[in-house]
Write a protein that binds this ligand. Structure first.
Ligand SMILES: Cc1cc2nc3c(=O)[nH]c(=O)nc-3n(C[C@H](O)[C@H](O)[C@H](O)COP(=O)(O)O)c2cc1C
Ligand code: SF4
Length: 487
C-alpha cells in the first residue's frame, strides 16, 4: 500500500454538532431538486462493494440487509455497489447482465424504500471492466503463458533455438536481464498478472467495445428500471473500462481515443443510448474522476471538459471521485490479482488518517469545486456530488453553503456508522461513531471478503439479531442504535 512521505496523523473534525432545530434548518438536511433529481436531503451514500452477492452475482439476504441497514437513517440517496452489466462470471460481485437478476434486485429496492419510509432514492452503479489475470507463478508463466517470438530469440542471440529451449533459458534468468528480453507488457504480465487495456485494439472484443457497450449499458439500465430503481449511476470512474476511455492514456486511433473530444465520445454515446430507452423520470447520472492522479493521466481541466459535455448532453448528476487506478497499483503477490487502490492514486481515492499536509478530509474538494464552477460558468446547473473524507456536519454544510458541491457523499463514514444521518438530524451528533480512516474495510474489499467495519463488527456478536460472516467471527451489519435517551 502506497503511503505519503509525510506521516502526519490527522484527527477527525471534533465539533459542536447541531441541535435538532439547527439540523432541520440546515442546507444539508433540506430537500434537493434539480431536473429529474429530487432528494429528501443532500446526503448521499456512494457505491461501496460489500462482497455479499452469490458467486453467480445474485442478490442474497445479506445484500438486502446491508442496504436496508443504511436506509434506516434515510439518507437522501444510496447508490448500490458497482454491478456488472455483462452476464459473465465475476466472483461475488452483483450482476445485472440478464433478466434473471431483476427479482433479486427488486428485493433490494423494496428493502430500501421500506426501511427509509420512502425517503431515500435508490440508484445502482453500472460497471463494465476488462479482464485481469492473477499474477502467475514464474515457472508456469514461462512454461504455459508466454508466447515465444522471434524478438526473444533476437534478444537472446539464439536465432535457431526452439521454443522449449527459450522457455528454459528465460525461466532461469534474473529480473534485470529478463526485463531486457521481455516486452513491457510481457514483463507486466509476469510481475503483475495480465491486464487487458482499451488500447489493445488488435483484440476483436476490445476493438468492438464502442459498438457493444452502449447496448450493454442500455439493457442493464432498462433492467434497473424494471427492478424499481429510481435511476442508475454509469460507472465512468477508477480503473474500469469507461474510465479508461476517458483517460489521457487512451491512445486509440479509431475516433475513441487521443483528443478530448474523442475520449468523451463513448461515454456520451453510452449515456444517450441509455437515456433514449428509459422512462423520462428515470435518473441517469455518472461517476467520473475529478483527476486520475497518475503520471500522464487526465487532469482536472480534462474533467471540466468531460463534465461540461455530459451536462450539455443532459446527464442528471455527476459524482466526482479521484484516482483508484491500476497503472500505479502495487505488485500483487503470486496468485493474487492487482488491486487498484494500493498505489498513490488509490490513496487519493480512499485517503487515510496518516497523510500529508492536505490530509484525508476533503482532498477532492478543490477539484470538485473547480469543476462545479466551470459548469456554472457555462450556465449548467447539473448537480455535483463530492466524496472523500466527509464525516462532520459543519464540513458538509460549509461546502453546500459555499456552493462547492450540491450533494455530499459519505462512504466510509456511513459504513462506520450508518446512523450518522439520523443521529445528526435528531441533534444527537455526539453519539456518532466517527470513521477512523485506517482502511480496515478496504483491506477486506481487497481480499473480496465480506466488508465490515472495525468499529462494530465484534460488538454484541451474540445478540439474537447479529448475523455473522461465514467464519462466525464478525457481524455483517452494524448493531441497532438504541436512541433511548431523552431528547
Ligand atoms: C469497501 C469499499 C468499496 C467501494 N466500492 C466502490 C464501488 O463499488 N464503486 C465506486 O465508485 N466506489 C467505491 N468505493 C469508493 C467510495 O465510493 C468513495 O469514493 C471512497 O471511499 C471515498 O469516500 P469516503 O472517504 O467517504 O470513504 C468503495 C469504497 C470502499 C471503502
Ligand atoms: S473499517 Fe475503519 S476506515 Fe473502514 S469504515 Fe470502519 S472505521 Fe472507517
Amino acid at each position: 500500500m502506497w503511503k505519503p512521505a509525510e506521516r502526519i496523523r490527522h484527527t477527525t473534525l471534533i465539533e459542536n454538532w447541531p441541535s435538532a432545530t439547527e439540523a432541520a434548518r440546515s442546507t444539508l438536511f433540506s430537500p434537493f431538486k434539480s431536473g429529474r433529481l429530487e432528494l429528501s436531503s443532500r446526503t448521499w451514500i456512494p457505491a461501496m462493494v460489500p462482497w455479499r452477492a452469490t458467486p453467480d452475482g445474485e442478490v442474497t439476504s445479506d445484500v438486502v440487509d446491508w442496504y436496508s441497514r443504511f436506509a434506516q437513517a434515510a439518507p437522501g440517496a444510496i447508490v448500490i455497489e458497482a454491478t456488472g452489466i455483462r452476464d459473465v462470471p465475476s466472483g461475488p460481485l452483483l450482476r445485472i447482465g440478464h433478466d434473471r437478476y431483476i427479482p433479486g434486485l427488486k428485493r433490494v429496492v423494496e428493502a430500501v424504500r421500506e426501511a427509509s419510509n420512502g425517503q431515500t432514492r435508490v440508484f445502482i452503479q453500472l460497471i463494465d471492466f476488462l479482464s485481469i489475470r492473477r499474477r502467475p507463478d514464474r515457472q508456469k508463466y514461462f512454461e504455459r503463458f508466454l508466447q515465444i517470438t522471434d524478438s526473444h530469440r533476437q534478444a537472446l542471440q539464439l536465432p535457431d533455438a526452439d521454443d522449449a529451449e527459450i522457455r528454459t533459458l528465460l525461466s532461469r534468468m534474473g529480473d534485470e536481464p529478463l526485463k531486457r528480453v521481455l516486452s513491457e507488457r510481457e514483463w507486466e504480465s509476469l510481475s503483475r498478472g495480465h491486464r487487458e487495456r482499451v488500447t489493445d485494439t488488435e483484440i476483436p472484443d476490445i476493438r468492438s467495445l464502442p459498438e457493444v457497450l452502449p447496448g450493454l449499458f442500455r439493457d442493464a439500465a432498462v433492467r434497473a428500471q424494471s427492478a424499481g430503481f429510481d435511476g442508475v449511476e454509469l460507472h465512468y470512474a477508477h480503473a474500469y473500462t469507461m474510465a479508461s476511455f476517458l483517460s489521457r492514456r487512451n491512445t486509440r486511433s479509431d475516433g475513441y481515443g487521443g483528443r478530448l473530444e474523442n475520449r468523451i465520445r463513448l461515454p456520451k454515446e453510452v449515456f444517450s443510448e441509455v437515456r433514449r430507452h428509459v422512462r423520462p423520470e428515470f435518473v441517469v447520472g455518472c461517476r467520473i474522476l475529478a483527476e486520475e492522479c497518475i503520471e500522464g493521466g487526465s487532469t482536472v481541466e480534462d474533467t471540466e471538459f468531460f463534465s461540461r459535455q455530459l451536462a450539455e448532453a443532459g446527464i442528471d448528476f455527476i459524482s466526482l471521485s479521484r484516482g483508484g487506478k491500476f497503472e500505479d497499483a502495487a505488485e500483487p503477490k503470486v496468485g493474487d490479482a492487482i488491486y487498484p487502490y494500493t498505489g498513490q492514486s488509490g490513496y487519493e481515492c480512499m485517503p487515510q488518517i496518516i497523510s500529508d499536509q492536505k490530509g484525508p478530509f476533503g482532498r477532492n474538494v478543490p477539484a470538485t469545486s473547480q469543476i462545479k464552477q466551470h459548469l456554472s460558468d457555462h450556465d449548467l446547473a447539473t448537480p455535483v456530488v463530492v466524496a472523500g473524507g466527509m464525516h462532520a456536519f459543519s464540513q458538509a454544510e460549509r461546502l453546500l453553503v459555499e456552493g462547492q458541491a450540491d450533494l455530499i457523499g459519505f462512504a466510509r463514514q456511513a459504513l462506520a456508522d450508518p446512523d450518522w444521518f439520523s443521529k445528526v438530524r435528531l441533534g444527537r451528533g455526539e453519539k456518532v461513531n466517527l470513521c477512523k480512516y485506517t482502511n480496515y474495510c478496504e483491506g477486506l474489499d481487497q481480499k473480496h471478503k465480506m466488508v465490515t467495519c472495525q468499529l462494530w463488527d465484534r460488538t454484541d456478536l451474540d445478540a439474537s439479531d447479529a448475523k455473522r460472516t461465514p467464519d462466525g467471527k464478525r457481524r455483517t451489519t452494524a448493531p441497532q442504535w438504541k436512541n433511548d435517551e431523552i431528547i
